[in-house]
Design a protein around this ligand. Structure first.
Ligand code: ADP
Ligand code: MG
Length: 260
């Protein structure tokens, strides 16, 4: 079976203030349909760089990324319709929900926004959009009537629910979440994790979750990739890596986790 994602010797280099930074260094990895990957590693290890590549927001400096066997092209003016369709199947949730929610828009319009995008398969008539928004609001556990309200009227955890609902609107196959609970109070983290868990199960989503909290990864993911200084330290089934890590770096990460 063709892998959903196949990364082959992927590197991403940046030049910043005259210095060369290798954010990702010769990374090869395969992600299967429906798998749930946790990407872990210290600050600056390349996690966000990796998820931006998977989402098609950035391109490798060298190496190739294939999505269902096809090279993943960047969107933009020159992008083919098929590349845009592929990228609509991949949606992102960020660490800080407030930064990705337009404060002047009502929540209903925010959630429906991806349904207006040219890259989504079908054109959704207004009535279908409203029904879809109501379904999504219920699915992520937001109160009825949320569609009429503005982001600032919600708590941090509820805003992350809004961001998740918007990500699900175009019926993606892949949900990528970069530290989705790190900015939230400890008391609401478990709720958001449960929402992600339920939704991934119900929709059979492929999940790519970046977290420095291994307890979160243990709860949500069946596969783990460990990054250090842009290099893939080890990758494989979560059970193996989180119970019997082979690499000393992974062992140190696990030892530093008080929650385990
Ligand atoms: N746009 C960029 N320009 C220059 N350097 C970058 C850029 N994006 C990331 N980096 C560098 O690449 C490395 C990896 O960053 P990042 O992927 O954000 O790590 P992480 O998400 O694991 O904290 C860091 O050294 C960071 O400073
Ligand atoms: Mg990051």
């Amino acid at each position: 079976m063709t892998a959903l994602y196949a990364l082959d010797h992927v590197s991403r280099r940046f030049t910043s203030s005259g210095r060369d930074v290798t954010a990702l260094d010769d990374l090869s990895l395969t992600i299967g349909q429906g798998e749930r990957w946790g990407i872990v590693g210290g600050s600056g290890s390349g996690k966000t760089t990796l998820v931006r590549l998977l989402a098609g927001l950035d391109a490798p400096s060298s190496g190739t990324i294939r999505f269902e066997g096809q090279p993943l092209n960047l969107p933009g003016p020159g992008a083919s319709a098929s590349a845009r369709r592929v990228l609509a199947r991949v949606q992102l949730v960020f660490q800080d929900p407030m930064s990705s929610l337009d404060p002047r828009m009502r929540v209903g319009a925010i959630i429906a926004e991806p349904l207006r995008s040219r890259s989504v398969r079908a054109d959704w008539p207004p009535q279908a959009r409203r029904a879809r928004v109501d379904d999504l609001i219920a699915a992520v556990g937001l109160p009825q009537g949320s569609a009429q309200r503005y982001p600032h009227e919600f708590s941090g955890g509820q805003r992350q629910r809004i961001a998740i609902a918007r990500a699900l609107a175009p019926r993606p196959d892949v949900l990528i979440a970069d530290e989705p609970v790190s900015a939230l109070d400890v008391s609401v983290r478990a709720h958001i994790i449960n929402v992600l868990n339920e939704i991934s199960d119900r929709l059979g989503l492929t999940l790519v979750l970046v977290s420095h909290d291994l307890a979160v990864v243990r709860h949500l993911c069946d596969h783990v990739a460990v990054l250090r200084s842009g290099r893939l330290v080890e990758a494989g089934p979560a059970e193996d890596i989180l119970t019997t890590p082979r690499d000393p770096y992974t062992q140190a990460l696990l030892a530093a986790q008080p929650t385990l």
